[in-house]
Design a protein around this ligand. Structure first.
Ligand code: PHE
Length: 340
């Protein structure tokens, strides 16, 4: 019996598992219910009484050595698994972190904000889900105006008072609510219109609008500010022209064109032979709008302007399809990295 015990002790000490599963198999074989240790204890029952003391001690020793060895091996195996990545092939090429780039719409928005901040404008923001007052009523839209129609505006649920803003002029109304003149704000944001998606229109796009109210603000101030803006964004050689237009919230109103920087004003397919590209709407704030927002039109005057950021970005970068801005194809987006 002593030989058997010694033999088992030797096997326990020499046991070198290659995988965690082998340790468990070994434990069951030696220490399990039907294992070799229990077989020895069974045999121990019929051992002569004078040998019991010595053999008993040996078996106990074997049991504790086996238990300890198995626990140690388990721990070593776990540690090795945790350390494993470090023992991997260190010469393998690393997996490079892909750097993102700023979206061209953000780039252009930031540039426009920067230009106007030099003229003293600060950025104002507002909610995308708006009410009729901030988008239409406070801006002198007559009740029957087509923009209020389901065809043009996305309403939220069935409530005609809650809608997705169709322009960021709503932010200008919110600014006038809590700020007294002089007011000089630039309002960037996402706007929503029920339009068919094509290469030149989308139902979601970005606008940036401006509002300047103070004593004695004139149309000449408006024109000079927009000329400065156009030169900063499209280049020093850029000229602007204004064509009479109509907006419910401005009077007089104008459409602003910049000289086509592709053909230098001679006429090309991009400007459809005219030499001019339309970039925004503008005008002197209608006295009704000032009144509706608690500003005395006898004392103050102001101008407002608004443009689509996608449109400016298309002209600036020569992008012909507006849908590219929404598809998030990294091959398209990465081209603007250098503009960072
Ligand atoms: N809010 C107008 C639009 O969305 C743009 C605009 C702003 C025109 C300010 C004139 C003055 O089309």
């Amino acid at each position: 019996m002593t030989d058997k015990i010694n033999e088992l002790l030797r096997r326990v000490e020499e046991f070198k598992p290659k995988a965690a599963a082998e340790i468990e198999d070994f434990r069951i074989k030696i220490l399990g219910k039907k294992g070799e240790l229990n077989a020895l204890l069974e045999e121990f029952k019929s051992v002569a009484p004078e040998l019991k003391r010595e053999l008993g001690q040996k078996i106990n020793h074997l049991k504790s050595v086996a238990t300890e060895r198995i626990n140690t091996l388990r721990e070593q195996m776990q540690q090795a698994a945790a350390d494993a990545p470090e023992t991997e092939d260190m010469s393998r090429p690393g997996s490079a972190e892909e750097l993102g780039s700023r979206h061209p719409i953000s780039l252009v928005k930031n540039q426009i904000v920067e230009v106007f901040s030099r003229l003293g404008y600060t950025v104002a923001e507002g909610p995308e889900i708006e009410d009729d007052w901030h988008v239409f009523s406070a801006l002198n839209f007559p009740p029957e105006h087509p923009a209020r129609d389901m065809q043009d505006t996305f309403f939220v649920e069935k409530n005609p008072d809650i809608l997705l803003r169709t322009h960021t002029s709503s932010i200008q109304v919110r600014t006038m609510e809590h700020q007294k003149p002089p007011i000089r704000v630039i309002c960037p944001g996402r706007v929503f219109r029920n339009e068919a998606i094509s290469y030149r229109a989308h139902c979601i796009f970005h606008q940036i609008e401006g509002l300047y109210i103070d004593e004695g603000v004139s149309f000449a101030d408006l024109k000079q500010s927009l000329l400065y803006f156009a030169k900063e964004i499209f280049g020093e050689q850029t000229a602007i022209r204004m064509r009479p237009s109509y907006f419910p919230f401005t009077e007089p109103s104008a459409e602003v064109d910049v000289s086509c920087n592709l053909c230098g004003g001679k006429g090309c397919p991009v400007c459809k032979g005219t030499g001019w590209l339309e970039i925004m709407g503008c005008g002197m704030v209608d006295p009704n709008v000032l009144k509706a927002n608690g500003i005395d039109p006898e004392k103050y005057s102001g101008f407002a302007f608004g443009m689509g950021i996608e449109r400016i970005a298309m002209l600036k970068y020569g992008v012909k399809d507006l849908r590219l801005y929404f598809e998030n194809d990294v091959r398209f987006l990465h081209q603007f990295d250098t503009a960072l």
